[in-house]
Design a protein around this ligand. Structure first.
Ligand code: ADP
Ligand code: MN
Ligand code: MN
Ligand code: MN
Ligand code: MN
Length: 382
């Protein structure tokens, strides 16, 4: 393995940001809330957590409100607002920013009729904010609904301790080189499986279709897969899965990072996006898959620009050609090839139908932007 040597302090990325020596959350009692959790609320109140993407295009915010009815669909919920000047989404002198409910999930933290609500954001004049990529994605999906685009996204992430070093890594240095950790089992191979397990259950309860999970190549790196989800819903589902993960990790006093390369010379994190249309899934769909790959090959850089929140800058650190990635500068495709931009899974090549895997999206990508680009390039021929 080519795992890094030297001192972790040499890596500026990992130590950027405010550093705590321990997490205040980690030391709080985890059972006290249980004394109040089942208090009956007057008049069947429903608590709704509105969740949205902030001005970074990468981080989530949330706030709660009380409803006196049980919403059945997003439109039943009131449009709300927040102070966009505090989230990088508006100026201070005109800061009201609108939250429009788009997708409902059951709340695994409060249970009952309580809800998690995925929202998108609009400026004072009801124009989408800069970080709202959902609008375009929804429009693209409306145009290609009949092709039934499915997306299965593999979300990789890394757990950090409150000092922003990977959770469980030895003080000031590195664990033994990568090799035994991927799909590992054992107390010296994987850290915080409790959190991963809780996340899996909470997502399924909420209505996020997690299809699997595994420990990844770097210690304290994990993956879960969402989907297949249809069209724009793939974005709603993945963002909600991210929210649930951050929210659960609070309880453990652990930090989740979706940064695509927190530690140089170790595996980074991606959001491999598995994509198919109805035709690709039918007999001889491999022909459709190859057509899509041909289209993708012609607009490689256009996709790279929307596959991380910084126009390709984040992926520059990750798509180096090493650590199971293809170089950011070249487009490539291959059967069972994990060093290519696009991989055709072996089973798909054998059955001559199925899906392709786009390995380029960074772990901190906006799935609305990724799904939008794939539909527009491969189905709408834009
Ligand atoms: P890998 O072998 O790359 O690690 P995973 O098993 O982690 O693959 O993830 C495969 C993903 O592909 C899952 O999210 C799964 O739901 C998704 N998937 C399976 N079939 C299809 C399909 N026909 N279209 C789109 N996504 C699919
Ligand atoms: Mn206020
Ligand atoms: Mn995977
Ligand atoms: Mn993986
Ligand atoms: Mn993959």
């Amino acid at each position: 393995s080519d795992a890094g040597h030297g001192k972790i302090e040499d890596n500026p990325k990992i130590l950027s940001g405010p550093v705590l020596t321990n997490s205040p959350n980690a030391v709080l009692s985890k059972s006290l809330l249980g004394r109040y959790n089942d208090l009956p609320l007057p008049g069947d109140k429903v608590l709704a957590t509105y969740i949205w993407i902030d001005g970074t295009g990468e981080h989530l915010r949330c706030k709660d409100r009380t409803l006196s009815f049980i919403p059945k669909r997003p439109k039943d919920l009131p449009v709300w607002n927040f102070d966009g000047s505090s989230t990088g989404q508006a100026d201070g002198h005109n800061s009201d920013t609108y939250l429009v409910p788009r997708a409902l999930y059951r709340d695994p933290f409060r249970r009952g009729n309580h809800l998690l609500v995925m929202c998108d954001t609009y400026k004072y004049n009801m124009e989408p904010t800069e970080s709202n990529h959902r609008v375009k994605c929804q429009e693209a999906y409306e145009k290609c609904k009949d092709d039934e685009p499915w997306f299965g996204i593999e979300q990789e992430y890394i757990l950090l301790d409150s000092d922003l070093r990977p959770f469980g890594w030895p003080p000031g240095g590195f664990p033994p080189p990568q090799g035994p950790y991927y799909c590992g089992v054992g107390a010296n191979k994987v850290f915080a499986r409790d959190l991963v397990e809780a996340h899996y259950k909470c997502c399924l309860y909420a209505g996020v279709p997690i299809s699997g999970t595994n420990a990844e190549v770097m210690p304290s790196q994990w993956e879960f897969q969402v989907g297949p989800s249809v069209g724009v819903t793939a974005g709603d589902d993945l963002w909600m899965a991210r929210y649930i993960l951050h929210r659960l990790a609070e309880e453990y006093g652990v930090i989740v990072t979706f940064d695509p390369k927190p530690v140089q010379d170790w595996n980074g994190s991606g959001a491999h996006t598995n994509f198919s249309t109805k035709k690709m899934r039918e007999e001889n769909g491999i022909i459709e898959i190859e057509k899509a790959i041909d289209k993708l090959s012609k607009v490689h850089m256009k996709h790279i620009k929307v596959y991380d929140p910084r126009g390709g800058k984040d992926n520059e650190r990750r798509l180096t050609g090493l650590h199971e990635t293809a170089s950011i500068n070249d487009f490539s495709a291959g059967v069972a090839n994990r060093a290519s931009s696009i991989r055709i899974p072996r089973a798909v090549a054998e059955e001559k139908k199925g899906y392709l895997e786009d390995r380029r999206p960074a772990s901190n990508c906006d799935p609305y932007a990724v799904v939008d680009a794939l539909m527009r390039t491969c189905i709408l021929n834009e």
